[in-house]
Design a protein around this ligand. Structure first.
Ligand SMILES: NC(=O)c1ccc[n+]([C@@H]2O[C@H](COP(=O)([O-])OP(=O)(O)OC[C@H]3O[C@@H](n4cnc5c(N)ncnc54)[C@H](OP(=O)(O)O)[C@@H]3O)[C@@H](O)[C@H]2O)c1
Length: 244
């Protein structure tokens, strides 16, 4: 018997996923911290959430594997009695002009961002309790058509399409399906990846004059998972400081 609602956050060992998991735990969810390789980071987050009075459990599952994804849900159900919320957060970006994209990089991005998101959405559609929520991370880059982002944006556009269709399929069960599309978020990875000059240029293009924080995205997810977000369905919510 469940005494709390349960959320699975994929790719929650760091960055935006870790902030979402922390926020949902503070909101009262029991949280599954998914990761594929960063076990130490995931366990450290579990300890931090527990120290703050929350409930969390780390589960290694590579979302590019349908079997792993099924096991992720099975473990969540065994641990907490059912799943109410899926946050499809795990994703990767390999920036290259289309003419220079290696087959391996193309397939890897499709595999994590699209196949992985699809496996999680399908498993969520089969298992999430009536009245639940599915939220996927997209990107505010869609529509900007920036060079070197083609494959990444193509995968996230596909996720937005799946989101709109699944919202119609699951609406009758009271399950909402939405996407959150962040602009540039100053995660550790983001700041390590780009030179200071590039980050300065990016910030100049943001009307609010700063990079987003992972907590900015977590706040939107918190709204969508709460009762105030219950009539928002099939939407892509940009969270980008007004940059486009
Ligand atoms: N940062 C931004 O500016 C930004 C902007 C717009 C959208 N987004 C989107 O927001 C999401 C989170 O981005 P982020 O910047 O926080 O990323 P990040 O810091 O690189 O973290 C990615 C997370 O995904 C996990 N992951 C990667 N491959 C996985 C797999 N196959 N199975 C399970 N987990 C996997 C990683 O854990 P392991 O190391 O254990 O694999 C890690 O926890 C992504 O979908 C990204 O596209 C980010």
């Amino acid at each position: 018997m469940k005494d709390k609602r349960t959320a699975i956050v994929t790719g929650a060992s760091r960055g935006i996923g870790a902030a979402i998991a922390t926020r949902l735990a503070a909101d009262g969810f029991s949280v599954i911290i998914n990761h594929s390789a960063s076990a130490d980071d995931a366990e450290a987050l579990v300890v931090a959430i527990q120290a703050a009075g929350g409930r969390a459990y780390a589960v290694r599952a590579d979302i590019t594997s349908a079997d792993d994804t099924r096991m992720l849900f099975e473990k969540a159900e065994a641990m907490f009695g059912g799943v109410d919320v899926l946050v499809n957060n795990a994703g990767i970006l390999r920036a290259n002009p289309i003419s220079e994209v290696f087959n391996e990089d193309f397939h890897y991005q499709v595999s994590v961002n699209l196949n992985g998101a699809f496996y999680c959405m399908r498993e969520g559609a089969r298992r999430i309790c009536d009245g639940g929520r599915i939220i996927s991370l997209s990107t505010a880059l869609i529509g900007l058509d920036l060079p070197a982002r083609g494959v990444y944006v193509a995968t996230k556009s596909a996720v937005e399409s799946l989101t709109r269709v699944l919202a119609k399929e699951l609406g009758p069960r009271g399950i909402t399906v939405n996407a959150v599309a962040p602009g540039p978020i100053g995660t550790q990875r983001f700041c390590d990846k780009w030179p200071a000059e590039t980050i300065k240029h990016i910030v100049e293009g943001i009307p609010m004059g700063r990079l987003g924080e992972p907590q900015d995205v977590a706040s939107v997810v918190s709204f969508l998972t709460g009762s105030d977000g219950g009539w928002v369905n099939g939407q892509v919510i940009k969270c980008n400081g007004g940059s486009n």
